[in-house]
Design a protein around this ligand. Structure first.
Ligand code: SAM
Length: 300
């Protein structure tokens, strides 16, 4: 047992010294927690929620951190507002994965979006998020959201051509049910269902931590969308391995995320909403890549 200062009044409170550790072969990330709030083995993965001291409630799948209440805003704001404010006229959006609800919550801040389809394979993730991550899952009952519990790969394969303005792949890592979301066949289907000015955004792992996957998926995006239409951007997420996280922005024939940046559109959105990370400077700066990342994605 250790003494911790209570958040409310600064008095010492006794806390058991228990740690959650996400382990890789060579590195690990640990968060101290008060205990496990939820544990369920679904048909696809082990779904758990921990009450961490530093980052609030945390969702993990098969022992890997998916999101925490304390820093989820970085990931969800960046995966959403960068494509939304670049495209500028998204009416119909598709989220693949995203069962915690954070991406849907951010998308629905854009009042001109008419429909958001979200295809999450695991109902247990949605259930756990509704119970223990209320601030993240807050828009899962929104009338504009069509939540489908199914395999996103199958959904995209069966969708009609040119039916979405934006597809966001808010997936797990390329293991378990998310594996097929990192394949050329899947990305080709996403390309097919995008409208001519449509955009695909994916969480594209950590350039430091997941080097092989990172390089492979960018080569794949360039093959499908063309070199000039693929861009990588970065954000800093303390509870993901190495803290440096990447997203890909690929467009069929639509706007360039930096050259076509519309400052007044971004400013009016930012001023009308309470955001914790995204702003006009961050939007542009996120596409400035360190040399080693530029080499890995082979983009200019
Ligand atoms: N922010 C997280 C990260 O990068 O660690 C990812 C968010 S998590 C909510 C991703 C979701 O993708 C999970 O809930 C998982 O169940 C879902 N998922 C994995 N494979 C899927 C598939 N084939 N179709 C639909 N959803 C899938």
């Amino acid at each position: 047992l250790r003494d911790e200062k209570s958040a409310e009044n600064g008095t010492p409170k006794r806390t058991r010294d228990i740690w959650f550790t996400e382990r890789d072969e060579h590195i690990a990330l640990s968060l101290k927690h008060h205990g496990k709030l939820y544990e369920e083995q679904s048909d696809f993965q082990k779904v758990e929620v921990y009450e961490t001291l530093a980052y609030g409630n945390m969702l993990t799948l098969d022992g890997l951190v998916m999101c925490t209440e304390g820093d989820e805003y970085v990931y969800h704001e960046m995966i959403t507002h960068v494509p939304m404010l670049t495209h500028g006229q998204v009416k119909k959006a598709l989220i693949i994965g995203g069962g915690d609800g954070g991406t849907a919550r951010e998308l629905l801040k854009h009042s001109d979006v008419e429909e958001v389809v979200m295809v999450e394979i695991d109902s247990k993730v949605v259930e756990a998020s509704k119970r223990f991550l209320p601030g993240i899952s807050s828009e899962l009952e929104n009338q504009k959201l069509n939540l489908i519990i199914d395999d996103g790969i199958k959904y995209v394969r069966e969708s009609v051509d040119e039916s979405f303005d934006l597809v966001i792949v808010d997936s797990t890592d390329p293991i378990g049910p998310g594996e097929g979301l990192f394949t050329e066949a899947f990305y080709r289907d996403v390309y097919r269902i995008l409208k001519p000015s449509g955009v695909m955004v994916t969480q594209s792992e950590s350039p430091r931590f997941n080097q092989k996957v990172f390089k492979e998926i960018y080569a794949c995006y360039r093959k499908i969308f063309g070199d000039a239409n693929v861009h990588c951007y970065l954000a800093y997420i303390p509870t993901y391995p190495t803290g440096m996280w990447s997203f890909s922005y690929s467009t069929k024939g639509g706007k360039h995320p930096v050259k076509d940046f519309d400052n007044s559109r971004v400013l009016s959105f930012v001023e009308a909403n309470t955001l914790n990370y995204y702003n006009p400077h961050i939007h542009k700066a996120a596409f400035a890549l360190p040399n080693f990342v530029q080499e890995m994605v082979a983009l200019n």
